[in-house]
Design a protein around this ligand. Structure first.
Ligand code: PLP
Length: 455
C-alpha cells in the first residue's frame, strides 16, 4: 500500500459508515479503494485493473469514462446548476427528460415524477397510490402485494416492499401493509416433480387466494421486478407476468413494474415488462437512466393514476410531496445525454446481440461442482452455488461461499457481486464480445479456486 492509500484507508476506517457492510469486519480489513474508471474497467489504488462485471450497482450502462456525460454535466452546471420543480417552477432538462421518458416507456405511461433514488421512487409510489385511493373514496384499498426475494429499496415503505430478511430484521419492517408472495423462481421454490407450468399456476392461485382472503377492496397494488435482481437474479416462469397482470385487472389492483435494474435495455428490450408481455400502470426507473453518473430515479404514471392524483391536488390545493432534488437539472441533463448514447450507440441492441454469448458461456458452468443453477436473460445473470447438486442444499454458513468466490473473482480481475448464495453478473451495456469471454474465463478460474477452497 502506498502512503496515500494507507492514510485514505485509515481515514475510511475511522470515519465512514458503509452501507451494506459488516462494519466490524470492515474495521479489520479496510476498504477496497477504487480510483478511476475506463470503459468497462475500474482501477484500485494499487493500479490493479478489474472488469466491473456488475456495472457498479447494476447501473453503469455506458461504462466508467464517458466524456459526453461529463460534458453534459459541465454544460448544465454552467447554465443552471440547480433549480427545483416545486410550485409551478420548471427548467428545460427535467421537462425534456420527462418528455423523452414518456415517449420511451410503453403506451399509456405519460406522466413522469422524479426522485433521487429508487428507494425514494418506490416510497413515492406507495404514497401516490394511497393518495389516489383516498381521493377515489376507497380509503381501505391500501395494501401492497410484493414477493419474497424482491428488492425495492431500503427506506421505510420501499424497505417494507422488499422481501429480503436482512432488510427487515431489527429494522422493524415491514411497516406498511404488505403481503409477500412466493418468489417466482421454479428451480428453488418449485415442489418436487412440479413442472414450470404447474409452478406458475400455483403461484397465480396463491396470489388470487391472498387477494380474496384480504379482500380485493383492500389491495391497492402489486409491485415486482420483471426479472428480480438484488435478491439473486431470478427469471420468472413462463406465463407468470401475464397471469399477474390479468389478476390485477380482474380485481382493480394497480400493477407497478419496478424497472430500476431491468430498464433501458438490460434484458435486451427497452423495459422488462415488454420482455414479459404486460403493461404496468406505474413504472419505476433509475440506475441506467443516468448510468448512475448522477443520482436520479423516475416514476411513470398512466393517465388514470395521474388524473386521480391531479384532481386530489386541485381539491387539497397541492400535492404535498416532493424532494429538494426532484428533477435536479444536472442529473436530468446527464440522463438525457445518457439515453441519447444508449440510442445512438444501440446499446440495447448490443445487449440483445451479446445475450447468447454471455448466457451460453455462463451456462457451461452448470456442470461445475459448485454450481446449482445458472440463470439469466440479456446481460444479467446469476450462478447459485450449492453444497450438494442433487439436493440443491446451500452451503453453511449462508452466503460465505458466494462471498469467497466473489473475492477470488476480484483477485482474477473481475468484480461481481455475491447476493446470498448467488454470484451475480450485470456488465455495462458497452461490453464487447472479447470482454464477455474474459468475464467468463475469470469467473471460471474463481469457481475452480472456490471449489479447491471448500475441499
Ligand atoms: N428497486 C430495485 C429493483 C433495485 O434494484 C433497487 C436498488 O438496487 C432499488 C429499487 C432501490 O434503489 P436505490 O438503491 O437507488 O434506493
Amino acid at each position: 500500500m502506498n502512503k496515500l492509500s494507507n492514510s485514505l484507508a485509515a481515514a475510511d476506517i475511522a470515519h465512514s459508515v458503509h452501507p451494506y457492510t459488516n462494519m466490524r469486519l470492515h474495521e479489520e480489513q479496510g476498504p477496497m479503494i477504487i480510483t478511476r474508471g475506463d470503459g468497462v474497467h475500474v482501477y484500485d489504488d494499487q493500479g490493479k485493473e478489474y472488469i466491473e462485471g456488475l456495472s457498479g450497482l447494476w447501473s453503469v450502462a455506458v461504462g466508467f469514462s464517458d466524456t459526453r456525460l461529463k460534458d453534459a454535466a459541465m454544460r448544465q452546471m454552467e447554465a443552471l446548476p440547480y433549480y427545483h420543480s416545486f410550485a409551478h417552477k420548471a427548467h428545460e432538462p427535467s421537462i425534456r427528460l420527462a418528455e423523452k421518458l414518456a415517449e420511451m416507456t410503453p403506451e399509456g405511461l405519460n406522466r413522469i415524477f422524479f426522485t433521487n433514488s429508487g428507494s425514494e421512487a418506490n416510497d413515492t409510489v406507495v404514497k401516490m397510490v394511497w393518495f389516489m385511493n383516498n381521493a377515489l373514496g376507497r380509503p381501505e384499498k391500501k395494501k401492497f402485494l410484493a414477493r419474497n426475494k424482491g428488492y425495492h429499496g431500503i427506506t421505510v415503505a420501499s424497505g417494507s416492499l422488499t422481501g429480503l430478511p436482512a432488510n427487515h430484521g431489527d429494522f422493524d419492517l415491514p411497516a406498511i401493509p404488505v403481503r409477500h408472495l412466493t418468489c417466482p423462481h421454479h428451480w428453488r421454490w418449485g415442489h418436487e416433480g412440479e413442472s414450470e407450468a404447474e409452478f406458475t399456476a400455483r403461484l397465480l392461485k396463491e396470489a388470487e387466494d391472498v387477494i380474496l382472503e384480504e379482500g380485493p377492496e383492500t389491495i391497492a397494488a402489486f409491485i415486482g421486478e420483471p426479472v428480480m435482481g438484488a435478491g439473486g437474479v431470478m427469471v420468472p416462469p413462463e406465463g407468470y407476468w401475464p397471469g399477474i397482470a390479468a389478476l390485477c385487472r380482474k380485481y382493480d389492483i394497480l400493477l407497478v413494474s419496478d424497472e430500476v435494474i431491468n430498464g433501458f435495455g438490460r434484458l435486451g428490450t427497452p423495459f422488462g415488462c415488454q420482455k414479459y408481455g404486460f403493461v404496468p400502470d406505474i413504472m419505476v426507473m433509475s440506475k441506467q437512466l443516468t448510468s448512475s453518473y448522477m443520482p436520479l430515479a423516475a416514476i411513470a404514471l398512466n393517465d388514470r393514476v395521474y388524473d386521480a392524483i391531479a384532481d386530489n391536488s386541485a381539491k387539497l390545493g397541492t400535492f404535498g410531496h416532493g424532494f429538494t432534488g426532484s428533477g435536479h437539472p444536472v442529473a436530468c441533463a446527464v440522463g438525457l445525454e445518457n439515453l441519447r448514447i444508449i440510442e445512438e450507440d444501440d446499446l440495447m441492441g448490443n445487449a440483445a446481440r451479446l445475450e447468447e454469448r454471455f448466457q451460453s458461456g455462463l451456462r457451461r458452468f452448470a456442470d461445475h461442482p459448485l454450481v446449482g443453477e445458472v440463470r439469466g436473460v440479456g446481460l444479467i445473470a446469476g450462478l447459485e452455488l450449492v453444497a450438494d447438486k442433487a439436493t440443491r442444499q446451500s452451503f453453511q454458513p449462508a452466503g460465505k461461499i458466494a462471498a469467497t468466490v466473489a473475492k477470488m473473482a476480484a483477485e482474477e480481475g473481475l468484480i461481481c457481486r455475491n447476493v446470498y448464495e448467488t454470484v451475480a453478473l450485470c456488465p455495462p451495456l458497452i461490453v464487447t464480445e472479447a470482454q464477455v469471454d474474459q468475464i467468463i474465463d475469470r469467473l471460471g478460474r474463481a469457481l475452480d479456486r472456490g471449489w479447491a477452497w471448500v475441499q
